[in-house]
Every structure is written in structure tokens, then in C-alpha cells.
Design a protein around this ligand. Structure first.
Ligand code: CU
Length: 347
């Protein structure tokens, strides 16, 4: 998938931005660990998903230069006032107040800066929201204090992923407090939808190198997605203070080849994914229907109806009707209004 900022990169490539990016980029990627924090590191964790690349670009090339420039500008003003207008240097202060041009400038310029940031920010937000058709669905449930992973389409029932004990982590040479007893396993270059929920209190599913963080709320299913570009092990944590062992419920995601994933599914007693879309994929179609109106009219309606009628267990009662109803309601009027104008046109 290409970066969504491809066109805008040139727009933002001011001299300052370019220099900052080069500096931060060189410093960051020289020896950063992939998929886990680097001791002593100061930059964001490197990404392995398209959205994470965009988020890092947004931070390093857009936000950071703007913040730096504003901070230096304000510092300069302060120093100038302190040096030039202190009591000794300027014993007789001016008596005037108000200056219309300067007041217009200091109102307009911040607004323009915010609008400029918003262009990138909203684009990124929409990109996160527009989940492509998922190839795999994993349900991640937060418990006090561990994670449970379930693969409904592969019929892999929920298994528990605990923190790996310290001695075992050291023996295996994996990071303690990040490694888990059983990782979540996903294939590489695959659109993975994660359904996130909580079983007891609010947790949050977060994997920095994927750029995802989603609250796990009891009685509600949130969803997020990622598409990992390279094989490897990627770590995350619960990101919502959820009790005394909040710091000890790590997330370990292992991205493997498609063949390895199928082998893993077989080991877990699941079945290979069906080539035909399942009811859960149909929810995905309905979920993405807002962006593709033709699909919504053709497939969204029946699919969401099938889901709620035949497979109520696939998604909890609160999430499913909301997700199914939202896209189909704009589609329904569109379908009914469509024939009306075309009928007079035929005469
Ligand atoms: Cu938690």
C-alpha cells in the first residue's frame, strides 16, 4: 500500500522540515530495535505497517518542525524583551497600547498553522477509519491481567496469553515484560482486523510498531486493523490503567508467512480459512459500505441481515446492530430514491 501522504510530502518538504527529518530519521533508524522499545532511544518505534509510516511522517516531518519553530520563536521574543526592554535599558516605557495589524497577525497565523496541521491529521484519521476488506479476524479480549485471542473464521477457540516468567524469558533470550506465553500469530501482508473487547474492566490493545491502540471495553467491541509488511515479532502492552498487574499483560504478535500461519492454525486445531466470504467478512463489507455506495446497496443490506439473524454469537449484541445499521441506513434511502428520477427520464 502506498503512503497516503505521497502527494503532500513535497508540499511539506520545507528546508527546516527536510533537515529535521533527515536528522531524526538518521538518528532513529540507525540502530533501533524493530517491534520493541530501544533502551535509551528517543524517537518513535519504527513502523512495519503503512499507517505507522504515515503517523511517523506526520510526527517527524510536520509536527516536530512546527513545534520547534514556534518554541524557538517564542524563546527569541522573550529574550529580546528581557534584553531590550528591561528597566535599565529602557527606563521610560512607551504608553501606547493596541496595534491592529499585529493583533490580526497573531490571530490569523496560529489559525493557519492549525489548518495546515489538520490537513495531515484528518487524512491520517480517515485512513485509520477506512479499514480495507479484512483477510483475517482476530478477537482480542483483555482480562485482569492477561489477553485472550480467538480466531472465529479459523475456528481457533480462545487461548490465553500470559506474561512470560522472568527466568523463562531470560532463558529464551526474549524481552521480559514484553514476551508472552503464547503469541497472537498472523500472516504477513494480510489485512488483519482485530476485534477488541474487555472482559472485566477497560484495557487497551496497543502495538506501537503497527501504530494501533484501541480501548478494550466490557460489553462493547471496538475494531482496529493493521497490515504488517515484514515477518517478525512485535510487542505491545495494555495501555489503559486496569489494576494492580496492568504492567504485566504484554501483547506479543508474531507475523509469519502464510504457510507458517496455516500450519499454526492446524496445530491449534482450527480449520484453514474458507475461500468464500464468511458472515464476519460480510460485516466487514457492510462496515466499509459507507465508502463504496454500490456495494452497500448490493451486498450490505442482506449481509447485515444474515449476520444478525444467523450468527448472533459472532459479535456481541451492542456492537453488531450499531455496526450493521449505520452503513445500511444511508444506503436504503439511496436505493429507494434511485428509481424515482430514472422513471420520468424514461418517458
Ligand atoms: Cu489491562
Amino acid at each position: 500500500m502506498k503512503s497516503r501522504f505521497q502527494g503532500m510530502r513535497t508540499l511539506a518538504a520545507g528546508a527546516a522540515a527536510g533537515a529535521m527529518t533527515a536528522f531524526w530519521g538518521a538518528a532513529a533508524f540507525a540502530n533501533d530495535l524493530i517491534g520493541q522499545p530501544t533502551p535509551g532511544g528517543i524517537d518513535l518505534q519504527p513502523g512495519v505497517t503503512p499507517l505507522r509510516h504515515d503517523a511517523i511522517f506526520f510526527h517527524n516531518a510536520v509536527l516536530l518542525p512546527i513545534i520547534t519553530a514556534i518554541t524557538l520563536f517564542v524563546l527569541g521574543l522573550l529574550v529580546w524583551v528581557i534584553v531590550r526592554y528591561n528597566k535599565r535599558a529602557n527606563p521610560v516605557p512607551a504608553r501606547w497600547s493596541h496595534n491592529t495589524p499585529i493583533e490580526v497577525i497573531w490571530t490569523l497565523v496560529p489559525v493557519l498553522i492549525l489548518v495546515f496541521i489538520a490537513i495531515f491529521s484528518f487524512k491520517l484519521l480517515f485512513a485509520y477509519h477506512d479499514m480495507p476488506k479484512p483477510d483475517l479476524t482476530v478477537k482480542a479480549t483483555g482480562y485482569q491481567w492477561y489477553w485472550g485471542y480467538e480466531y472465529p473464521d479459523q475456528e481457533v477457540s480462545e487461548f490465553v496469553s500470559n506474561i512470560l516468567p522472568e527466568e523463562e524469558a531470560r532463558a529464551r533470550g526474549v524481552p521480559f515484560r514484553l514476551a508472552a506465553t503464547e503469541p497472537m500469530v498472523v500472516p504477513v501482508n494480510t489485512n488483519v482486523r482485530v476485534l477488541v473487547t474487555g472482559a472485566d474492566v477497560i484495557h487497551a490493545f496497543a502495538v506501537p510498531s503497527f501504530g494501533v491502540i484501541t480501548d478494550a471495553i466490557p460489553g462493547r467491541v471496538n475494531e482496529t486493523w493493521f497490515r504488517a509488511e515484514r515477518v517478525g515479532t512485535y510487542y505491545g502492552n495494555c495501555r489503559e490503567l486496569c489494576g494492580v498487574d496492568h504492567a504485566f499483560m504484554p501483547i506479543e504478535v508474531r507475523v509469519v508467512s502464510r504457510a507458517d500461519f496455516n500450519a499454526w492454525v492446524a496445530r491449534k486445531g482450527g480449520k484453514p480459512p474458507a475461500p468464500t466470504p464468511t458472515t464476519l467478512n460480510a460485516i466487514g463489507n457492510a462496515g466499509g459500505a459507507a465508502n463504496t455506495p454500490p456495494n452497500a446497496a448490493a451486498a450490505g443490506q442482506p449481509a447485515s441481515a444474515v449476520t444478525s439473524a444467523n450468527n448472533p454469537a459472532a459479535a456481541p449484541p451492542q456492537g453488531a446492530p450499531a455496526a450493521a445499521a449505520t452503513p445500511s441506513s444511508p444506503a436504503a434511502p439511496a436505493a429507494t430514491t434511485q428509481p424515482a428520477p430514472s422513471a420520468p427520464a424514461a418517458h
